[in-house]
Design a protein around this ligand. Structure first.
Ligand code: UT7
Length: 328
C-alpha cells in the first residue's frame, strides 16, 4: 500500500467579536494591567456573546477551513473536536457541529485532553487517515472558557479567552503531512488543573454551586513549571525521533498558555527570533483552540510554505502533553 500522509489542506479560525482588555479586568477583580501583562504577556482576550455556544464557534472555524480546502461538508468522513467546554456534557459537541455544517457522511466525537486536546485530536484523525479508514477529517479545537471561569478568582480569570480553530486533513501520497505524533499523560496530577463540578464525583447540587465547583481550579505555579518542562521534553523527543535539529523547524506552534511559559520553552530549545509563533497577547489562553487558531493566523499571513517543517507542542490539564511534526 502506498504511504499515505494526513495533510492539512485548509485552516480556519473564529474569534468572538467582544474583546475584554486587562483594563476591563481592573474593574472586575483586584488586578492591574501591569501585573497581567508582566506575568502573562496577555493584553486582551475574546469573549463569546451570550447567544454563542462552543459549537457555534467551531462551525465558524470549520466552514472557513472547508472553504480554503475546497471541500463540501458531505466530503468530510470524520469530525473530531477538542474541547473541555462543550455545549452539553453530552452528546458530544462534534455531533452538534456535524449536524450544523451538514457533514452527513461523517462520524463525530469529542476529545477531552484540555489544552493538549487539539494535538490529541489531530494525532487520532491522522491515524485513521494513514490506515486508509478515512479520507478527509475535520479537526477542530473550540472553547468557550468564559463560561467555566470563576470571574471572582484573579489567579485564573485573567488568563483565559474564547475561540476556535479548525483544519481539514486529507490523505495524500507523498512527503507532505503529519510526520509523527507523540502523546503523553500523567493522571496523578489531575488536581492541579481541573473543573470539579458537575460530574459523577460531584453531581449537581445547590451546595456545589455555593462552593463554586463548576468553575476551573488551578495551582498556577505547579502548572507553570510542569508546562515548561513537558513542552520542552516532548519537542526534543519529536526532533530526536525524526532525526532533526531544531534549526530545521520553520515554525513552532506552542499551546498559547502564558508568554513566560513560551519564553521558557523557547530559551530551552534555543529557538531563534520569530521561530515560535505567539498570539497569546491578543487571545489569552484558549485551551484546545489555541494551536489551530495560531496556525490559521500564520497561514493567512503567508508564514507557512510548502515543505516547511512545523512543530505543534501542547500541555494541559490531566496532565496531558504532546507534539506533532508536520511537513506543510
Ligand atoms: O494551559 C495551561 C493552563 N495554565 C497556565 O498556563 C497557568 C500557568 N501559570 C501561570 O501562568 C502563573 O502561575 C500565573 C500567571 C497564574 C501566576 O503567576 P505567578 O508568577 O506564578 O504568580 P503567583 O501565583 O506566584 O502570585 C504572585 C503574587 C501573589 O501575591 P503575594 O502572595 O505574593 O502577595 C498573588 O496573590 O501575585 C498575586 N496575584 C495577582 N496580583 C495581581 C495573583 N493573581 C494576580 C492578579 N493581579 N491577577
Amino acid at each position: 500500500m502506498a504511504d499515505i500522509k494526513a495533510r492539512i489542506i485548509g485552516t480556519g479560525s473564529y474569534l468572538p467579536e467582544r474583546i475584554l482588555t486587562n483594563f476591563d479586568l481592573e474593574q472586575m477583580v483586584d488586578t492591574n494591567n501591569e501585573w497581567i501583562s508582566a506575568r502573562t504577556g496577555i493584553n486582551e482576550r475574546h469573549i463569546a456573546a451570550d447567544s454563542e455556544q462552543t459549537s457555534d464557534l467551531a462551525v465558524n472555524a470549520a466552514r472557513k477551513a472547508m472553504d480554503m480546502a475546497g471541500v463540501v461538508p458531505e466530503e468530510i468522513d470524520m469530525v473530531v473536536l477538542a474541547t473541555i467546554t462543550g455545549d452539553f456534557p453530552w452528546p458530544s459537541t462534534a455531533c452538534l457541529v456535524q449536524d450544523k455544517i451538514g457533514a452527513t457522511n461523517a462520524s463525530a466525537w469529542d476529545v477531552s485532553a484540555a489544552c493538549s486536546g487539539f494535538v490529541y485530536a489531530l494525532a487520532s484523525a491522522a491515524k485513521f487517515i494513514e490506515t486508509g479508514t478515512c479520507k478527509r477529517a475535520l479537526v477542530i479545537g473550540a472553547e468557550v472558557l468564559s463560561r467555566i471561569i470563576d470571574w471572582e478568582d484573579r489567579n485564573t480569570c485573567i488568563l483565559f479567552g474564547d475561540g476556535a480553530g479548525a483544519v481539514v486533513l486529507e490523505g495524500q501520497e507523498g512527503e507532505n503531512g503529519v510526520l509523527s505524533t507523540h502523546l503523553h499523560a500523567d493522571g496523578s496530577q489531575w488536581e492541579l488543573l481541573y473543573q470539579p463540578g458537575f460530574g459523577s464525583r460531584y453531581p449537581a447540587s445547590v451546595s456545589g454551586i455555593e462552593e463554586r465547583l463548576p468553575f476551573l481550579k488551578m495551582a498556577g505555579n505547579e502548572v507553570f513549571k510542569m508546562a515548561v518542562r513537558s513542552m520542552y521534553d516532548v519537542a526534543q523527543e519529536t526532533l530526536k525521533f525524526n532525526n532533526l535539529d531544531v534549526t530545521q523547524i520553520a515554525k513552532l506552534f506552542p499551546h498559547q498558555a502564558n508568554r513566560r511559559i513560551l519564553d521558557g520553552v523557547s530559551k530551552r530549545l534555543k529557538l531563534s527570533e520569530g521561530q515560535m509563533y505567539v498570539n497569546v497577547d491578543r487571545c489569552g489562553n484558549t485551551s484546545g483552540a489555541s494551536i489551530p487558531l495560531a496556525l490559521d493566523e500564520a497561514n493567512h499571513k503567508g508564514l507557512l510554505n510548502p515543505g516547511d517543517l512545523i512543530l505543534l507542542d501542547a500541555f494541559g490539564g490531566g496532565f496531558t502533553w504532546g507534539a506533532a511534526l508536520l511537513r506543510w
